[in-house]
Design a protein around this ligand. Structure first.
Ligand SMILES: [Zn+2]
Ligand SMILES: [Zn+2]
Length: 732
């Protein structure tokens, strides 16, 4: 765009009201105007001055110095966040398109900066931005020069990231409906300056590792050959399916070796920080100092140091949780996603990315191999990915599973068959794991006289009774004393409904005092050290029971566990979520895999619904059968992986406002299949409702919805409403 075009544009805008002008201009022109005339444009009442400037320029005042008369970042509304470049007076050197890392959606676009010769795409720069200094990421190092504008110079290079990561972040922003700046912040996290201190050796030690096997099994060899073939021929995605103990980790390790041999790096993702010490131990034993650890639990300095080791190539194998998918390896060869079924891979705040989808995208961008491993793969992966099956266990057969029908057996939560099994351990020694996916003593307190269930006043959920006599809301953590009598009618007839881990622990103490009890839930182990010490105590014990929520089924390796029992398999089945059966099946099968990694173990499942698909298939270790049925059901209902879901959730102080906002949104999206609006449970005092779209075009739906929501933003703000667009949500 030339200066006379710019002037003509400015002239056309004369007489147009300030508020309309913003909407009329394409951002690119607006950007040019703002960059050229920062003090005059977009500032109410100063547009006339802007016209003067244009006139000055046309009358041979090319350096436009008069436009700089007022200090940069005066009280002007828009200009203070924007770069205020000088008008062109010297030949422009290299220019780059730079995204400033700022959270405001209104600034979600690149700005042009002058850069040095050494700066490449992926450089993280310190840039002057309006009045402030920000970080910015170069997305294009050969930007078109806005012809009549001299952009400000970037100050210095803070870090240089692989260019592929920039493409990954921009794709992520688009797919998940976030902003480029927020996505770029994932690949370029803020880092503390080094103040002369030496690099920290990562304090997090790995757990001791098993020795490598003398030789690989046939199926391991076959899987590895296939992975090596893909690595040599441009990459791909595979599903590594095999029961717990079938040797998946050894395949990851060998695949990483193959990547390193080819001069490339590797990433190994685990679903939770709590699982990193064990994986780290196994990889450190094989790769030594070439392993780096990355997760959000590290100190900022620790993370900076690890990132440095990765960027420089000193460490080329990265172990970590979700965010390690963005590890700045110069060239990625292999990315392993362990326990790929785990919902923790989805981030539940903006940008709401799924590390599994991002891993596949990154592999595609870098010609790398993504290996998704699980004993209980997602239907999505089972259907879409090339399957490399490891089959059953190498060392021992899978345990036999006994289903205890709670409609026939008395004694919940400890039925007679379960007590008999535990009694045997108390006598002969041995260890058991008991899964009950509910914390506290009882999930509800109910008045027998008037029928009232005590509920949280902020949320539409029943209070959970805890061991200290308090009632707690598991959503907002509100607490109040349970008291001896019903606050409604004064009756002392209070019934505790159901059982949680604390009650289970008490019952065990009553029936089997000889067994040591170790509880593993969010109340008992709030910190990583507590988790570690609980696991150590269990490992060293001679006769013990580990009682816990789903934490006990999550990939921890326990030696010498003879019995694994699911106390109540029905807790998850009643949830109104299309993944309820998948989750239950995974939980049951994963827990069954925890027993008898050396000895033949026994598994017991207590349930009121022994005929449910999840229970039946888990009892037979029939992963393929379960997934076949699940895929059939999802195909019929149009659920993932056959279609994508996009969820729009609106919350606010009034239920009617939330629903109305979604109805209006739905009316604006006539081309899409949308379910709802449906009201959801009130949480933390806010009413919620959601609209769920089933679509083959998730990006189109998400961006249309986001645009409509942005247009409705002022009205929604007045009603106190907030909206979230979630692409590929993990629960609906
Ligand atoms: Zn009552
Ligand atoms: Zn609450």
């Amino acid at each position: 765009m030339r200066l006379d075009d710019l002037s003509r544009l400015a002239a056309q805008l004369e007489g147009v009201s300030e508020s309309r002008r913003e909407g009329l201009l394409h951002w690119r022109y607006r950007d040019l105007l703002v960059q050229s005339f920062p003090e005059t444009f977009s500032v109410p009442g100063r547009f006339a001055k802007h016209m003067m400037v244009v006139a000055d320029l046309e009358h041979g005042n090319p350096d436009g110095s008069r436009t700089r008369s007022s200090p940069r970042g005066s009280s002007s509304r828009g200009a203070e966040h924007r770069p205020a470049p000088r008008l062109r007076s010297l030949p422009v050197s290299r220019l780059a398109s730079v995204y400033p890392i700022v959270s405001a959606r209104s600034l979600a676009r690149p700005f042009t900066y002058e850069i040095g010769d050494e700066v490449r795409k992926g450089a993280v720069l310190a840039i002057p931005f309006g009045n402030a200094r920000r970080r910015g990421v170069v997305v294009d190092a050969d930007a078109e020069a806005p012809p009549d504008v001299e952009p400000v110079a970037a100050e210095r290079v803070l870090e240089t990231l692989p260019p592929a990561l920039v493409d990954l972040a921009l794709w992520l922003a688009d797919y998940y409906g976030s902003t480029p700046a927020r996505a770029l912040a994932l690949i370029a996290p803020q880092q503390p300056k080094r103040r002369g201190e030496r690099r920290e050796v990562p304090a997090t030690a790995g757990l001791p590792a098993e020795p490598p096997p003398a030789r690989l099994s046939e199926s391991q060899l076959h899987a590895l050959e296939r992975i090596q073939g893909l690595l040599a021929s441009g990459g791909g995605n595979v599903l590594l399916a095999g029961a717990t103990g079938s040797g998946k980790t050894e395949v990851y390790i060998r695949a990483c070796e193959a990547a390193l041999a080819a001069g490339r790096g590797a990433i190994v993702l685990v679903p939770e920080i709590a699982l990193t010490p064990q994986t780290l131990g196994r990889f450190r034993a094989r790769f030594g100092d070439r392993v780096a650890l990355l997760h959000s639990g590290l100190s900022e300095a620790g993370r900076r140091d690890e990132r440095e080791r990765i960027v420089t190539g000193e460490a080329s194998v990265v172990v970590g949780a979700r965010s390690a998918v963005f590890a700045p390896l110069p060239s990625l060869g292999v990315i392993c996603v362990d326990e790929e079924h785990d919902a923790s891979y989805k981030q539940e705040s903006d940008p709401r990315y799924d590390a599994r989808t991002v891993a596949a995208k990154r592999a595609a961008l870098e010609g790398a191999v993504a290996i998704f491993g699980s004993a209980t793969p997602r239907p999505e992966s089972w259907l879409a990915l090339e399957r490399l099956e490891l089959g059953g266990r190498i060392a021992a057969p899978l345990p036999t599973v006994r289903v205890v029908d709670l409609r026939q057996e008395t004694g919940y939560p400890l039925s007679a068959p379960l007590l008999a099994e535990l009694g045997r351990l108390a006598e002969d020694g041995g260890k058991a794991i008991l899964l009950l996916n509910r914390r506290g003593v009882a999930p509800a307190l109910h008045c027998r006289a008037c029928g009232v269930t005590r509920r949280c006043s902020n949320c539409d959920v029943a209070y959970t009774l805890h061991g200290d006599g308090s009632l707690r809301c598991h959503h907002c953590d509100a607490r109040e004393p349970a008291g001896e009598t019903c606050p409604e009618c004064g009756s002392p007839e209070l019934a505790r409904i159901g059982a949680g881990t604390q009650r289970l622990e008490r019952e065990l103490e009553r029936h089997l005092p000889e067994l040591e009890r170790i509880r593993l839930d969010a109340d008992a182990v709030a910190k990583p050290e507590e988790l570690r010490s609980a696991l150590e105590r269990f490992a060293l014990a001679d006769r013990a029971v580990l009682v816990g929520t789903q934490m006990v089924a999550k990939g921890h390796h326990f030696a010498g566990v003879e019995l694994a029992a699911v106390v109540d398999a029905d807790t998850g089945l009643g949830l109104p979520d299309f993944r309820a059966e998948e989750r239950t099946f995974q939980l049951l099968t994963q827990l069954a895999g925890r027993s008898g990694r050396e000895a033949p173990g026994r598994v017991l499942i207590q349930t009121f619904q022994p005929e449910s698909r999840a229970v039946e298939h888990a009892a037979r270790h029939d992963v393929a059968g379960f997934l076949a049925g699940e895929l059939e059901r999802r195909r019929a209902l149009g659920y993932p992986p056959f279609r994508h879901l996009v969820r729009v959730l609106v919350s606010g102080p009034e239920a009617a406002d939330a629903t109305r906002a979604l109805e209006e949104l739905k009316a604006g999206l006539p081309d899409f299949e949308l379910l709802g609006p449906a009201p959801l449970l009130r949480l933390r005092g806010r009413h919620r409702a959601q609209l769920v779209g089933k679509t083959d075009r998730p990006r189109a739906l998400a961006s249309r919805a986001a645009a409509l929501l942005a247009a409705a933003a002022p009205a929604m703000r007045r009603a106190g409403l907030t909206a979230v667009v979630d692409v590929d949500p993990q629960s609906v």
